[in-house]
Design a protein around this ligand. Structure first.
Ligand SMILES: [Zn+2]
Ligand SMILES: [Zn+2]
Length: 248
């Protein structure tokens, strides 16, 4: 199990680094392609939260699951938008706000915590239930390239060189791996604690879908990306069925 978790964590981390490399080689990418990827990721992760993660959390912990979901949601809100002034997914286009290197370091630290819990969710998910863990991995993977792209463009806009792009996306990749490494202690903790970690991850995933991704899609000039969110939900359904048939 440990090797599997580290393997899936590594793939997610590499996708993050790939997003950074895209910005390293070319400053801006077609807005439309970014929106589509964010929309697919949003639909997928939200369907996962509502159809699988919340019911499974309640089944394990009973009513107290709601509390851990909320703590997960609140933790990401705290690190991404309470102590950080300006952070959103997608290309950073607000040069008037990203005026200092300090602003980008602050955004990086918010995303660092987010990326850590991406890895953590994969790890706790695979421990909780292998099939659910794979679905969480797919949900993370879908938004990892846009995440790497996000930090890369923040860093460039705030005045760092292209080397900073690689360092920052590499830093987030490392955070993802650190989160995945939490598997190393899961062997020693109780089932109850794993259940709490799982419910916490459900809240984190809800925040990523509903607050990081959806608002970016809704800013789109036309209604195609919001429509693609439903395609993401459908993609979740098809992936779930396919995995169910293959693994169970
Ligand atoms: Zn901005
Ligand atoms: Zn993420």
């Amino acid at each position: 199990m440990t090797l599997q978790v580290l393997f899936f964590g590594l793939i997610a981390a590499l996708a993050e680094l790939l997003g950074g490399c895209l910005i390293y080689f070319k400053r801006s990418w077609p807005q439309r392609a970014q929106e589509m990827l964010l929309a697919l990721g949003a639909g997928f992760i939200l369907a996962l939260v509502f159809i699988k993660l919340i019911p499974a959390s309640i089944e394990t912990l009973g009513e107290t699951a709601a509390l851990y979901c909320m703590i997960g949601f609140a933790t990401i809100h705290f690190f991404e938008h309470t102590i950080v002034g300006h952070l959103h997914f997608g290309e950073e286009t607000h040069a008037d706000v990203m005026v200092s290197k300090a602003a980008s370091i602050s955004a990086f630290s918010g995303l660092f915590v987010h990326a850590f819990f991406d890895g953590f969710a994969i790890s706790v998910g695979l421990h909780f239930d292998f099939l659910l863990g794979i679905l969480i991995f797919l949900a993370v993977l879908l938004h990892k390239i846009p995440e790497g792209l996000t930090i890369g463009s923040i860093v460039l806009t705030s005045g760092y060189s292209r080397r900073g792009v690689l360092l920052s996306s590499g830093g987030l990749a490392l955070a993802t791996m650190l989160g995945a490494c939490s598997v190393l202690i899961f062997g020693q903790v109780s089932e109850g604690l794993i259940g709490m970690g799982f419910a916490f991850s459900a809240g984190v995933a809800m925040y990523v879908g509903a607050s990081d991704l959806i608002p970016e899609i809704n800013k789109s000039k036309d209604r195609i990306p919001p429509l693609v969110v439903f395609l993401g939900m459908l993609l979740f359904y098809v992936s779930d069925r396919a995995l169910e048939a293959a693994l169970r």
